[in-house]
Design a protein. Structure first.
Length: 258
């Protein structure tokens, strides 16, 4: 089923022996848009801990009781991979910035020493460090929401939400807000139109012009994203697909509709 990520974020995590925490976000591989982890926040009376569950362990989204059923016991979920063991790119950059800032010499106010008047910047050669910290393609839906969308000619909107196929746990579409505060500015765009990511994950680049993006079929959260909706989208996108000779584009269209 094609579902908006916003629509089930916050659902209770139902283990085999009872509920434990809630779904915070999804981590996905931006090279193929496959969901890698279900980020689960385990909450008890005294603490909160985030763990990374595999989507293969999820078997049912229940809209009636707003829960995601997991084929694991509570103890198995508590023993799952900790969040910090596989950080998404946004957290990798934050960790790297903190590391650089901590390397500054900050004198005690009473020492008479002069504080440095600069702060370190991230450079392209930091990519090697980032790869050592974690997967350079691992991204978080929560962190990407609100990020700038750069069309081929100018900034054209922000990422509002994602449409994920919960049968295969693959993100198929981005919901992009092209008007800021106006609700009818939300449009649906297939993920294969994302052409690049900003180094610090603050923006994504797409192979649409701003006018083409604004003319995409509007997204209505009250309407299901079904085959008819997708075909309507690709009927519009057809002029871009047919202008390219690669057969990969047609395979991507077929895969998205299924």
């Amino acid at each position: 089923m094609l579902r908006s990520v916003n629509s089930f974020t916050g659902f209770n995590i139902a283990a085999q022996d009872g509920e434990i925490g809630f779904l915070e976000s999804l981590h996905f591989d931006s090279s193929n848009w496959k969901v890698k982890y279900l980020v689960t926040d385990i909450v008890d009376f005294f603490s909160s801990e985030r763990v990374l569950l595999l989507p293969t362990d999820a078997h049912d989204l229940s809209w009636l009781d707003e829960s995601l059923k997991i084929d694991l016991s509570k103890e198995q979920i508590k023993s799952a991979k900790p969040y910090n063991n596989d950080l998404p790119v946004s957290d990798q950059h934050e960790l790297l910035r903190d590391k650089n800032l901590n390397s500054l010499y900050l004198a005690e106010p009473w020492s008479g020493s002069i504080l440095p008047l600069w702060i370190p910047q991230l450079h392209k050669n930091d990519d090697k460090v980032l790869t050592e910290i974690g997967d350079p393609n691992l991204r978080c839906t929560k962190a990407i929401k609100g990020r700038t969308v750069k069309a081929s000619d100018k900034e054209a909107g922000i990422v509002k939400d994602f449409i994920v196929d919960t049968d295969t746990w693959t993100i198929k579409f981005l919901i992009i807000d092209t008007n800021g505060i106006l609700p009818y500015g939300n449009v649906l765009m297939a993920t294969h139109h994302v052409s690049a990511w900003a180094e610090d994950d603050t923006a994504i680049e797409i192979n649409f012009s701003s006018q083409d993006l604004d003319s995409c079929p509007k997204y209505d959260p009250n309407e299901p994203v079904n085959r008819e909706y997708v075909l309507k989208l690709y009927d519009y996108e057809g002029k871009f697909i047919r202008s390219e000779t690669s057969s990969d584009n047609f395979e991507k269209l077929d895969a998205s509709i299924k």
